[in-house]
Design a binder for this molecule. Sequence first.
Ligand SMILES: C[S@@+](CC[C@H](N)C(=O)[O-])C[C@H]1O[C@@H](n2cnc3c(N)ncnc32)[C@H](O)[C@@H]1O
Length: 215
Amino acid sequence: MIEADAAAGDIASDVFGPGLATAEAYVELLRTVGVEWGLIGPRESARIWERHIFNSVAVREVVAPGVSVVDVGSGAGLPGIPLAIARPDLRVTLLEPLLRRVTFLERVVSELALGERVRVVRGRAEDWGQEDGRFGAVVSRAVAPLDRLVGWTRGLRSPGGAILALKGSRAESEVAAAAAMLRTWRLQADVVEVRADVRCEATRVARVTALARGK
Ligand SMILES: C[S@@+](CC[C@H](N)C(=O)[O-])C[C@H]1O[C@@H](n2cnc3c(N)ncnc32)[C@H](O)[C@@H]1O
């Protein structure tokens, strides 16, 4: 590891524990095949841990134990792959429409030997109605504004489940913009700040759940 990666290595060890070697193998695939196939920009390569892995895996704090998770618009596997590595209690579906990304994801799942818990599905969220109500967590990062994302995915959420959209600084404004339509669907949203580790920057998550009875 280069020096700038030393701190990331310490954090990664604490975050992933026994899954550290698997997380490192994933980062290596992103840095090599991911860059070669145009899924990760070449300038991203030096900061994959901070910008992508830790930012993504922070969501593990707000995913309920033992649930099925769908990562909508998974791209190169974010946040679904880091989440699956850090949380062996979860079953994870990576939903992605683009063939090249699906091919990369299938390679990741195979090389990281995650096939018992992680599956790759080619498709668009809005066309994927056959999985209705199955997922305790619907996670998504950098795919669509919250109102559109909820419109596509609200049917995938189990009755007690949550849509967890990793949003950065736009989280509050997107929640405000979606408020009226969320209410129409008997949903509510708040924004939670989570971190992979105290040494990491916060990830802001728009969390959408069922509106409490009587509200
Ligand atoms: C900006 S990338 C983000 C990828 C990854 N989530 C990340 O954080 O790096 C957006 C991804 O959403 C996918 N996508 C776009 N529209 C979608 C839809 N309607 N249903 C599912 N995925 C979609 C794209 O193919 C792309 O892989």
